[in-house]
Design a binder for this molecule. Structure first.
Ligand code: 13P
Length: 254
């Protein structure tokens, strides 16, 4: 059985008091209302990690994640944060290769290969993001592009390592646009990614890896998307900033 995961990527939003209020509400609602076996990951800005971890404590099924991390252990990299620092603040997950990091901070698949391997060595679970821009989809090249992203960043890993990776398919044209991929488009790409993993490693490994969908997931569309056989959860942006909406997305698995 693959793990079901709903992760809230807060991006660069919320002051610390706002973030604490949001996290407290989500923690309470999830504890009171969610009956399913879903791992919930709260992913605030770095500076709020400790504050949010203090609220999560040992709450069952709620985890802490970071939005990025550097590929070196420590040293003269002003403004950067290492995997060991994240772990020491209570983080268990880290997003790598979000399309905003690729677009605005020049992150390449080669760099991401280094980061993925490095965070795994530090016992963090990478949530590796892939996804195509609109023009690539319109040209019909989306599978080739996503296949290349996954190949370059992940397929240097051993079979034992890749089993620990979570993949998030986030079509860039669906992020923050209100335009979701249809459930069929999501299923098609998730199945393709799984097939690539099966070809490279084994069907058993491919079947064990959680693949999340991200891009304008809302309470209204979550159930349909999550009901697809190869969709194992969601990476949520805008709707993760509203405790009621986010909790209702988690409940879409009930
Ligand atoms: P939205 O849910 O706001 O479209 O963002 C998706 C995303 O980028 C999550 O990482």
């Amino acid at each position: 059985m693959r793990k079901k995961i709903v992760a809230g990527n807060w991006k660069m939003n919320c002051t610390l008091p706002e973030g604490k209020k949001l996290a407290s509400e989500v923690i309470n609602m999830v504890q009171d209302e969610v009956n399913n076996e879903v791992d919930v990951v709260l992913i605030p800005p770095f500076i709020h990690l400790t504050g949010i971890q203090n609220l999560i404590g040992s709450t069952k099924n709620i985890f802490l994640g970071a939005q990025n991390c550097h590929q070196n252990q420590s040293g003269a990299f002003t403004g950067e944060v290492s995997a060991a620092m994240l772990v020491s603040c209570g983080a268990s997950h880290v997003i790598l290769g979000h399309s905003e990091r690729r677009e605005y901070f020049g992150e390449t698949d080669e760099l991401l290969a280094e980061k993925v391997s490095f965070v795994l060595d530090n016992q963090l679970t990478p949530i590796f993001c892939c996804g195509e821009k609109l023009e690539v989809r319109e040209a019909g090249d989306h599978e080739e592009l996503v296949g290349t992203q996954v190949d370059k960043a992940l397929f240097g890993l051993s079979e034992e390592q890749i089993k620990k990776v979570v993949i998030a398919y986030e079509p860039v044209w669906a992020i923050g646009t209100g335009k979701t991929a249809s459930a069929e488009q999501a299923q098609e790409m998730h199945a393709f990614i799984r097939q690539q993993i099966a070809k490279k490693y084994s069907q058993q490994t491919a079947d064990s890896i959680s693949i999340l969908y991200g891009g304008s997931v809302k309470p209204e569309n979550a159930k349909e998307i999550f009901s697809q056989p190869d969709v194992d959860g969601g990476l949520i942006g805008g709707a993760s900033l509203k405790s009621r909406d986010f909790t209702n997305i988690v409940k879409a698995f009930d």
